[in-house]
Design a protein around this ligand. Structure first.
Ligand code: NAD
Ligand code: DAU
Length: 371
């Protein structure tokens, strides 16, 4: 069935994987990627699919309510997968306003545009090909696990899981950073539009993603690049914080599944039951990069540099994704050992991509392609 799906933030890390998956998997769909191209947006992430006939990129700020409404009407959008956000905790500590603007007001702008477009249609769009076929509309909001706050470490010296507690769909929200507060607020707005107006919505909250095309200010790509170049590895605090890592393509598969088969008004947690203490993950990255580059074992360990901790640094995230498995049959496909090997090799093999980003050159790509 012909559908027109608007994906926001499709030039970012996770968004680019979602766009690629949908463009390849559903050639019958029309995919519109709306992205403002902030520092985190990089159209080179989508070079392999940019010429597909049913794919279109539109540079737009999601806070521009009138432009979003106009685009939705002109393109007869029947589904939205919303990933656009400011996503880096450290930046949110320095500049919380930008996070409130995009993550809260931007989400509100999409919700209101979707409501105004779809409510008069009874929350259904007509198929372009078959006017008797009515497609149920849906807005899918992609959110994060840190809206739930932070979990305790019961056994810091032991094996994972490091605590008995997990984030579940009914865990009370308790965000700590301006980033997580803005994501929590956006989740509340999404639920309020479902409960107040009947807007068909679904939400997912995912754990830390890793894989190709992640902006190299986040832990994994930053550290792989620094190890390669013999630069210091700034470990916040003692490196005791725990994150639950999921390969980005597994997240994209979950998003596809939830968008198509999740229930309206529901929330699904996505995670890999894959907890790592930062320092152990960093040592694994060092071992992997050194092995691939042919360095002697332990060669890059002296790069580890303990620095001042992140303010309000959440101690442990751990997601319970049982609901997604039991209701929709999703499971991660990749073991972490395989995923990290693939990821390290990807960054080492794509030094041109990395150089393009770290030099700022990637921001001229839009001009060459679209102006
Ligand atoms: P990212 O920072 O790599 O990409 C964000 C994208 O949004 C960029 O392309 C950027 O240009 C775009 N954008 C920012 N502000 C915009 C605006 N005002 N209008 C239009 N576009 C705008 O982020 P990511 O890591 O790919 O995360 C994507 C989504 O997934 C976010 O909502 C994030 O909260 C959520 N999430 C991320 C993770 C993770 O580990 N990275 C985990 C769980 C959930
Ligand atoms: O849990 C989901 C979240 O995961 C997403 O919502 C965010 O968008 C995403 O950025 C990520 O947040 P984190 O803050 O966990 O990711 P980050 O890569 O910034 O940091 C991972 C851990 O590594 C965290 O405990 C902080 C630590 N760290 C990070 C950097 C960049 C360091 O010790 N040194 C660093 O230089």
């Amino acid at each position: 069935m012909k559908r027109t799906i608007l994906i926001t933030g499709g030039a970012g890390f996770i968004g680019s994987h979602v766009v690629r998956l949908l463009v390849n998997k559903y050639p019958e769909y029309r995919i519109i990627n709306v992205d403002k191209l902030t520092y985190a947006g990089n159209l080179a992430n989508l070079q392999d699919i940019e010429d597909r006939p049913d794919y279109k990129f539109v540079r737009l700020d999601i806070c521009d309510f009138d432009a979003i409404c106009q685009l939705m009407k002109e393109e007869k959008v029947d589904g939205i997968i919303h990933l656009a956000a400011e996503s880096h905790v450290d930046r949110s500590i320095k500049d919380p306003f930008t996070f409130a603007r995009t993550n809260v007001m931007g989400t509100l702008s999409l919700l209101q545009a979707a409501r105004l477009c779809w409510e008069p249609l009874g929350w259904h769009c007509h198929s372009e090909k078959h006017s008797d076929v009515r497609i149920p509309c849906r807005l899918y909001h992609v959110s994060a696990d840190e809206v739930y706050g932070a979990l305790a470490l019961d056994n810091p010296g032991g094996e994972p899981p490091y605590g008995s507690d997990f984030f579940r769909e009914d865990t009370a929200y308790n965000p700590h950073s301006p980033y997580s507060a803005s994501k929590a607020a956006s989740d509340h707005f999404v639920r309020s539009f479902h409960d107040t107006y009947g807007l068909p919505t679904v939400i997912s909250n995912c754990s830390n993603n890793y894989g190709p095309y992640q902006f190299p200010e986040k832990l994994i790509p930053l550290f792989i690049n620094n190890i390669r170049h013999g630069k210091p590895l700034p470990v916040y605090g003692k490196g005791e914080n725990v994150r639950d890592w999921l390969y980005v393509e597994d997240h994209a598969r979950a998003i596809d599944l939830i968008f198509h088969e999740g229930k309206d008004g529901e929330t699904y947690n996505i995670g890999g039951f894959n907890e790592w203490k930062n320092i152990d993950l960093i040592k694994t990255m060092i071992r992997t990069v050194d092995r691939i580059l042919g360095n002697p074992e332990g060669h890059s360990l002296p790069l580890i540099t303990f620095v001042q901790d992140r303010a309000g640094h959440d101690l442990r995230y751990a997601i319970d994704s049982t609901k997604l498995k039991s209701e929709l049959g999703w499971e991660p496909s990749l073991q972490f050992e395989e995923g990290i090997e693939k990821t390290v090799r990807w960054y080492l093999d794509h030094q041109d991509w990395m150089d393009n980003v770290t030099s700022g050159e990637y921001q001229s790509y839009y001009k060459e392609m679209y102006e």
